[in-house]
Design a protein around this ligand. Structure first.
Ligand code: GDD
Ligand code: MG
Length: 337
C-alpha cells in the first residue's frame, strides 16, 4: 500500500571529506564552511519548505564539530544527526538511516555541497504527479564530466543514467543536480554497506519510473574553491555594497560588489570588485584584494595582492605577498599532528 503523507523527511548528504577545499576542511567540515557568514549546510536546510518536518544528517567525519555548531546555533527545524560508522557512500548513507524513513512513503535526499534555487515543494509535487519511484533535479552544464548525466524523453522520463562520463560519451548536457525525491521501495534495492546511489541504484530503478525535473535560477556546486567563490558572488549579486561603519579609511578604494563586516580595517588599500571581508579583518596600505573572501580576523599586510582566493580565519599574510587562486589556512592535516 502506498503511504500518502504531506510532510516529508529529508536526508542531507554531507559525509564527503571535502578534499577539494583543503586545507580549509582540515579545520571545519565542508557542511560548515561559511557562505556569506552562514554554513553551507544551513543554506540548504533553510531552502527546504515547511513540508519538510525533519532533516536527517548521517555524519562520519567531524561529528563533534557539527554537534557543537548545532548546540550553539539551535536550528528552528528538526535536525537529527545519525552516526555513520564509516563513509558508506551516497546510497549506503541513506540505507543506514532506513529505520527513520520506514512508513514515510516519499522522502528527499539532498547533496549538501551545492546551493540552488530549486523550489523543493514544486519538485515534490512534480514527483507525485509523475508517480514514479524517483525524481532527480536536473541542471544544464557545459562540462558534464564531473557529474551524473541523463538521457530523458519528452515526458521527462529518464531512460538512461551515467555517472561521470567522458565528454564524448555523454548522453546530453543535462546533469544530476543532486536532489532526489524517492519512494520508500527504493530502499529495497540497497544492500547494507557501501552503496553508490548514482552507480548502483539509479541504473536499477530506471524501469520502475525515474523522472527528471529541470529548474531555472542558479545551481552552484560548492565543492571546490572556484565554485565556492562563485557561490559568494551569485548570492551577493552585482549591486551588493554593505560596508560596516568606520571600516574604510581615507585613501582606500572600494568597488562593489563587496561586503565589509564589523570591526574590519581597510587602510589605503583597494578592495573589490567581488570581495567578502569578514569581521575584524585588517588590510594594509597599498594592498589589493579582488575576487576573494577573507574570513574573520585575517590580516593582510602592506603591498599584498590577494586574487581569486580564500583566506581562512586568523591567517596573517606578510607584507608584499602575492596570493592567487589559493586557499590559505593555518589548519593542518590532523593525521600529521
Ligand atoms: N553521509 C555520506 N556518506 N555522505 C556522502 C558520502 C558518504 O560516504 N560520500 C559523499 N557524500 C556526500 C557529499 O558530502 C556530497 O554532499 C554528496 O554526498 C555527493 O557526493 P560528492 O562526493 O560530492 O559527489 P560528486 O560531487 O562527485 O557527484 C555527485 O554530485 C553531483 C552534483 O553535485 C553525484 O550525485 C553526481 O551525479 C552529481 O551530478
Ligand atoms: Mg560534490
Amino acid at each position: 500500500m502506498k503511504v500518502i503523507r504531506d510532510a516529508v523527511k529529508a536526508v542531507l548528504l554531507v559525509g564527503g571529506l571535502g578534499t577539494r577545499l583543503r586545507p580549509l576542511t582540515y579545520r571545519i567540515p565542508k557542511p560548515l564552511v561559511p557562505v556569506l557568514g552562514k554554513p553551507l549546510m544551513m543554506h540548504v536546510i533553510d531552502s527546504l519548505p515547511p513540508e519538510v518536518d525533519e532533516t536527517i544528517i548521517p555524519v562520519s567525519y567531524m561529528k563533534e564539530t557539527m554537534q557543537e555548531y548545532l548546540a550553539k546555533n539551535p536550528p528552528r527545524r528538526k535536525i537529527t544527526l545519525v552516526d555513520e560508522p564509516r563513509p558508506l557512500g551516497t546510497g549506503g548513507a541513506v540505507k543506514n538511516v532506513e529505520d527513520l524513513l520506514e512508513g514515510q512513503g516519499t522522502f528527499l535526499v539532498i547533496n549538501g555541497d551545492s546551493l540552488s534555487s530549486l523550489d523543493v515543494a514544486k519538485f515534490v509535487r512534480f514527483h507525485k504527479e509523475k508517480a514514479g519511484v524517483a525524481t532527480i533535479s536536473l541542471w544544464t552544464a557545459e562540462d558534464v564530466t564531473p557529474f551524473g548525466v541523463v538521457d530523458i524523453d519528452e515526458d521527462s522520463r529518464i531512460k538512461r543514467f551515467q555517472e561521470k562520463p567522458k565528454q564524448e560519451d555523454a548522453f546530453s548536457n543535462l546533469i544530476n543536480a543532486g536532489a532526489y525525491a524517492l519512494e520508500e521501495e527504493v530502499l529495497g534495492y540497497m544492500d547494507k554497506g557501501f552503496v553508490s546511489m548514482e552507480r548502483d541504484i539509479f541504473p536499477k530503478i530506471l524501469d520502475d519510473g525515474m523522472y527528471g525535473f529541470s529548474f531555472e535560477g542558479y545551481w552552484i556546486d560548492c565543492g571546490k574553491r572556484e565554485s565556492l567563490l562563485d557561490a559568494y558572488w551569485t548570492l551577493m549579486g552585482n549591486e551588493a555594497e554593505s560596508i560596516s561603519k568606520n571600516c574604510v579609511s581615507e585613501g582606500a578604494v572600494v568597488k562593489k560588489p563587496l561586503i565589509v563586516g564589523e570591526g574590519a580595517v581597510i587602510t589605503g588599500a583597494s578592495v573589490g570588485p567581488h570581495a567578502y571581508i569578514s569581521e575584524r579583518v585588517v588590510i594594509g596600505l597599498r594592498s589589493k584584494v579582488e575576487r576573494s573572501v577573507l574570513f574573520e580576523d585575517a590580516r593582510v599586510g602592506a603591498r599584498c595582492t590577494i586574487f581569486d582566493s580564500i583566506i581562512d580565519s586568523g591567517v596573517t599574510i606578510p607584507d608584499g605577498t602575492e596570493v592567487r587562486s589559493e586557499i590559505v589556512s593555518n589548519a593542518r592535516d590532523p593525521k600529521l599532528k
